[in-house]
Design a protein around this ligand. Structure first.
Ligand code: FES
Length: 165
């Protein structure tokens, strides 16, 4: 369980300010509000469901239903560096599963790498099928990916993150 950034009345009020215009403007706004929460915090923190339910005038169960249905909505903060491997057919045909297994082994063998990249879920087609297996490291698209190119991209992303601090 992560420490929720939505605890105080001021934090709840700020989230309501973010979501109320969406709820007022759009029909069926629950998904849009959950996406807005994730866009703001990087995930949907504990406490946000109640606020979304209130501003959308639906039950918490309704919000939980939407939240649990869409796997792109996250319950915990994202890793510092996102590594997503394509699991769609064209990439599987050129070694995508082997890459996923090798990447898991590399993370298991290197706790720092595992901590920096977390356990991202696979993605289904990055539009780079001709250069599979494809991967996305943060927003960098990688073709003909292998463990070495992934590690290199992670290292580059870490350098960018450290340079911007
Ligand atoms: S199937 Fe992997 S990028 Fe399209």
């Amino acid at each position: 369980m992560t420490d929720s950034p939505i605890k105080t009345s001021e934090q709840i009020a700020a989230l309501k300010d973010l979501l109320t215009p969406i709820a007022d403007r759009e029909p069926g706004p629950v998904l849009l509000c959950l996406q807005a929460v994730q866009g703001h915090y990087g995930y949907v923190p504990e406490g946000a469901v109640a606020v979304v339910a209130e501003v959308c005038n639906v039950t918490r169960a309704d919000v939980h239903g939407v939240f649990s249905y869409y796997s792109d909505l996250k319950k915990s903060p994202p890793p510092a560096i996102s590594v997503r491997l394509c699991a769609a057919e064209a990439c599987q045909a050129v070694g995508g599963r082997g890459l996923a297994a090798a990447w898991s082994e590399a993370c298991a063998a290197d706790p720092k790498l595992a901590a920096a990249t977390g356990t991202d879920e696979p993605v289904f087609c990055l539009g780079n099928c001709a250069l599979g297996p494809a991967a996305l490291v943060n927003d960098q698209l990688i073709g003909r990916a292998n463990v070495a190119t992934l590690k290199s991209a992670v290292e580059a992303a870490q350098n960018v993150t450290e340079a911007t601090r």
